[in-house]
Design a protein around this ligand. Sequence first.
Ligand SMILES: Cc1cc2nc3c(=O)[nH]c(=O)nc-3n(C[C@H](O)[C@H](O)[C@H](O)COP(=O)(O)OP(=O)(O)OC[C@H]3O[C@@H](n4cnc5c(N)ncnc54)[C@H](O)[C@@H]3O)c2cc1C
Length: 400
Amino acid sequence: MNSSTTVLISGAGIAGPSLAYWLRCRGFVPTVVEQAPGLRDSGGAVDFRGVQLEVLKRMGILEAVRASETGMGAEVVIDADGRPLVSLPSEFFSGEVEIERGDLARILYDLTEDTTEYVFGDTITSLTETADGVDVTFRHGAPRTFDLVVGADGMHSVVRRLAFGDESGFRKDMGYCYAGFTAPNHLGLDHSGVIYNVPGRGVLVGSSRDSSRAGVGFIFAAPELTYDRHDQAQQKRIVADAFAEAGWRTGELVDLMQDTEDLYFDTLSQIHMDRWSQGRTVLLGDSAWCAGPGGSGTGLAMIGAYILAGELAAARGDHRVAFARYEEQLRPGAKVGQKQAKGAGPFLAPRTEKKIRRRNRVYKLLSLRLMAGFFSRMASGAANAVPVKDYPETAVLVAA
Ligand SMILES: Cc1cc2nc3c(=O)[nH]c(=O)nc-3n(C[C@H](O)[C@H](O)[C@H](O)COP(=O)(O)OP(=O)(O)OC[C@H]3O[C@@H](n4cnc5c(N)ncnc54)[C@H](O)[C@@H]3O)c2cc1C
């Protein structure tokens, strides 16, 4: 392989554009295909901790990310009358730097759009590996051949399905479902959030940088849920049914959801795979190791992009060597992230009144200064499990 090594990346979320940036820096030629008609710049807040900040710095976007920081303050658990029960300091949920997922997606796209070919509104339909590359067909575009293919297309990755098999063989559902959207800030929150629970259900509302808007999250136990991923009206009905008669101001929030067009709806699920590459095809980010909320998915996807491009350059484009080294370095972080995220559902929406009370007692403990530091270190586990190694200058020059 040489300087003109072409890499097709499926997915313009967080992992895809991050990889496009690093591949370009190392002299490869990335193309990103995204099934949505445009950039999906929505989603809840994502945070960075520990060594993950180093990657932002190396990409030259730390300042831009800081400029868009949420600046989120405390989150308060409330009862059905809106009275505070326990207040959690910002480091609990917000890490060292927190930014809206959509703002981050936009920063990454802006960083790469001039140097990367982006194809929106299309998707891969087949991958056929030959001795020299991968022949790819698309739903709309003409067939093309690439040297390498990367699946950075999230939990429901099409690249995974085509190269490794059906999603059901790799997805482990955790028995919960999450729906998130933005709405007018009708609760008047100011850099703060509230959490309200009834058994098996949790409502999270927060407003930060844009005081006119609030991020709303509904999380609920849904062990046997089947639904159509492309039917947003059905998803809204599922949420409305799950939160009917839930008390507090939940009904108003359900009504606001009906007007939203940026609903993010998915099960809390993880992806577990024995290997992340197959010949010239490799997976990155949620498509490979999705952990779910609390699993440092965004930071790990970005570190993964840095390492994958670095290893490809260091191995002088020998994808077998590079993919093996990439996987070896990322696995420990992915494992810790998946372990961390396992508790997210039961913690945010405990299934019984007793469990809600117990969770609140734990929250109270964690809110103590000393314990907050302990929690912060615990939550940084996945973030710090993958060292951001230096790639020698020669590696950068190989493909330049
Ligand atoms: C709109 C949106 C909102 C989100 N909101 C939250 C949230 O509130 N909380 C949270 O914890 N996580 C959220 N996530 C997931 C979070 O972004 C990831 O866990 C994490 O950042 C890792 O990023 P990723 O790039 O691997 O996956 P993602 O950010 O999920 O990006 C995957 C990209 O691939 C695209 N894609 C999917 N299928 C195909 C296909 N067949 N062909 C081409 N492209 C395809 C998707 O449209 C998306 O742009 C959200 C993801 C999206 C897409």
